[in-house]
Design a protein around this ligand. Structure first.
Ligand SMILES: [Zn+2]
Length: 178
């Protein structure tokens, strides 16, 4: 698991809760190896976070909201897997959202920013598992289909056009998507 290193400004403001969130999130990124990942602060009013993959550095905004979400942390860590970082995840913000949701349910605590999801923030949790499953399928689809994001958008559109009873978990615990 990558070691967590906080910049001095982050160490001065990070709550125990944020450090715990960072450690839990980093544990889900074994690809990053054992070398440190540095976490700093951005005070930009527009941003929840940003990543500088070449430096294994992410910056988070601890001021903007009550909690830095796991989704934000996961999204920024996923950027470290994209070029010019490790290069094991394709470039792009939508791609970053897809690979973050596909990684682990921990990162489902917030609706993604760049992958368009046709629900509001409050109902997101009801759909997160189904959307993440489609993201995993899209990643598999990419092996043979370069238009896997188009494929995913079509599946998401279909999913959100289906009335809720057929789009949620069944009593047997299996997902019925369509
Ligand atoms: Zn991003």
């Amino acid at each position: 698991m990558p070691r967590l290193r906080l910049t001095a400004p982050m160490a001065a403001v990070a709550s125990d809760d944020l450090v715990s969130r960072l450690e839990q999130s980093l544990a889900l990124f074994p690809e990053l190896g054992g070398a440190p990942v540095t976490v700093g602060v951005t005070a930009s009013r527009r941003l929840n976070g940003l990543a500088i993959p070449a430096d294994r550095l992410i910056r988070l905004n601890p001021y903007r909201r009550r909690h830095v979400t796991y989704f934000t942390i996961g999204h920024e860590l996923t950027h470290l897997l994209q070029p010019p970082g490790l290069g094991v995840v394709p470039s792009g913000e939508v791609q970053c959202d897809i690979w973050t949701l596909a990684r682990d349910p921990l990162f489902w605590d917030e609706k993604p920013c760049y992958l368009r999801i046709d629900c509001d923030g409050r109902s997101w949790r009801r759909h997160a598992e189904s959307v993440a499953l489609l993201c995993r399928q899209a990643i598999a689809e990419r092996e043979r289909n370069r238009r896997y994001i188009v494929w995913l958008r079509e599946r998401l559109e279909h999913y959100f056009s289906v009335p809720p009873p057929t789009a949620v978990a069944t009593t047997t615990g299996q997902l019925r998507l369509w």
